[in-house]
Design a protein around this ligand. Structure first.
Ligand code: ACM
Length: 506
């Protein structure tokens, strides 16, 4: 073992000799904020091992300053929250033949460390039924912390709807890769997917369609809360997106008064963009936004609300700027930090700190560069989602059935791995970057199998870009580790594209 069998690659890894044997008498020591992570770990290990590991929470609560050499009992796993003295919040994992010690600055990074521990176990640990395997963990030392604090995946539930069970499965996949933000693209021309009490027709009428004329669907408030709570149990923040003023045909078709001519358009089930706009001059538009932003904010414990703002091609420049000024002020009044696609940087009236999400792909990227500079000048940071590198809905290759090709042709695994967030736009370095996000738009995706096929393995590349230091990015090593991982993906019953860039085992 020369490199870590861990995805994304850790900052420092060294292999020792020997192994720790996990048995049904192994005790997990954890107290304070480490305890929920210990419960998660015990639950995670249970299906494949058949073990019901005991958790001992009698130790001291979170050790703020004790060294990492606190000695748990022999044969134990000790999870501790306390200062690691790393350059940014992270975790330290030490596996010896007699004990496993995992210490992190907070519960979120303890959870991340647990994902590394999980990946050191035999691949069969991912199985949902008891496997007859020696549960050996190789002796290693890992020192690890993320490059970026925002490591996201986006799911478009508007073009096609995905039910709560599918989203939870997706969240579990994300947590394996230390991704910690799920951005839900909840509204678009083809469907409005979250119930709003004060505007019930948004879902009664606006949720009944999908691309291609399928059945649509929406999240009740209870459904959405179930997603948010499940995500929180995986230390994942949900970012809801209400895309305005364009991408709004579903809302416009549900409420005639949101149209300048008071005539509701027909529901839309195609895949064109840029043809719809809320009516910029009407007060009812802003009442609508106030109600929607308030209700969505109330349901969302996370700090962010995403307002879209992309591809508003049916809104004049003047109207767009007026709209963004008013809409962002309303959204900010509900206590959320705002995110907008990079076009929102056309506005110089953004609430301070508004985050931009870069999705361009064309070269030269001048126009997008100007938008990015605008966010930064207004005190915001950037989320990098260059469409030709990290849009997971792009085809892997031209002859693939699923996906689109508009972002400069197909996106290979190599494309998804070999880019640097700090080398995309002029003047943007790590300090300006909040993180990265891998979007999955779903024009061509309508079931969980196809979803995972588009996502895996490119999302593993995205996770490594988001977490691992630039110096750890190594294409040859990555593809080797990925090949080694294929039995893990199989055991986890994840559908993935066996791209020909990787020498997968037979
Ligand atoms: C986008 O792809 N329109 C953000």
């Amino acid at each position: 073992m020369t490199t870590a069998p861990v995805m994304p690659a850790p900052v420092h890894f060294s292999a020792g000799t020997g192994h720790f044997a996990l048995t049904n008498t192994t005790v997990i020591h954890a107290s304070g904020s480490a305890q929920p992570v210990a419960e998660y770990l015990a639950e995670l290990l249970s299906p494949a091992t058949g073990f019901v590991l005991a958790i001992d929470s009698t130790g001291s609560v979170d050790a703020q300053s004790e060294p990492v050499t606190d000695s748990p009992a022999l044969g134990a796993i000790a999870l501790t929250v306390g200062n690691t003295a790393l350059p940014s919040p992270g975790y330290l994992l030490s596996v010896t033949s007699t004990r496993i010690e995992l210490r992190a600055d907070d519960a979120e990074h303890l959870f991340a460390g647990v994902q590394s521990l999980r990946q050191l176990l035999p691949h069969a640990i991912e199985s949902s039924s008891v496997q007859d395997v020696d549960w050996f963990v190789p002796c290693v030392e890992i020192t690890d912390y993320p490059r970026f604090s925002y490591r996201g995946a986006m799911l478009d539930v508007a073009r096609h709807f995905f039910d709560v069970a599918t989203v939870k499965r997706h969240l579990d996949r994300m947590s394996l890769l230390k991704l910690n933000v799920l951005h839900l693209h909840l509204t678009d021309d083809q469907g409005w997917r979250i119930h709003i009490d004060s505007w019930p027709n948004l879902t009664a009428l606006g949720a009944t369609t999908a691309v291609g004329g399928g059945n649509g669907g929406f999240y009740s408030k209870a459904d959405y809360t179930e997603i948010v709570e499940f995500a929180a149990s995986r230390y994942i923040t949900v970012v809801p997106e209400i895309d305005v003023p364009g991408h709004t045909n579903a809302a416009l078709s549900a409420y005639p008064e949101l149209n300048c001519d008071d005539v509701a358009p027909a529901p839309y089930t195609g895949i064109e963009v840029g043809f719809s706009s809320l009516c910029i001059d009407k007060d009812v538009t802003y009442q609508f936004l106030d109600d929607v932003f308030r209700e969505v904010s109330e349901l969302t414990p996370g700090p962010y609300l995403h307002l879209g703002g992309d591809e508003s091609l049916a809104t004049s420049d003047e109207d767009y700027l007026e709209f963004i000024r008013r809409a962002t002020a309303i959204a900010a009044s509900h206590g959320k930090a705002l995110i907008g696609w990079h076009e929102m940087g056309r506005s110089r009236d953004l609430p301070a700190g508004t985050v931009g999400q870069y999705w361009s792909y064309v070269a030269p990227r001048d126009d997008a560069d100007k938008r990015v500079a605008s966010f930064i000048e207004q005190g915001g940071q950037m989320i990098m989602s260059p469409a030709d590198a990290i849009y997971l809905d792009m085809k892997y290759a031209s002859d693939e059935e699923l996906g689109l090709e508009w972002a400069d042709g197909p996106t290979t695994l190599h494309d998804a791995y070999t880019w640097d967030p700090a080398a995309i736009t002029i003047g943007v370095t790590d300090e300006h970057i909040l993180g990265i996000e891998a979007p999955l738009w779903t024009e061509t995706i309508d079931n969980v199998r196809d979803l995972e096929y588009m996502v895996f393995p490119r999302i593993i590349a995205a996770a490594e870009i988001a977490w691992s230091p630039r110096s750890a990015h190594d294409w040859a090593d990555f593809t080797r580790r990925l090949a080694d991982w294929s039995p893990r993906l199989d055991a986890a019953e994840i559908t993935y594209n066996r791209v020909n860039e990787v020498s997968w085992p037979k």
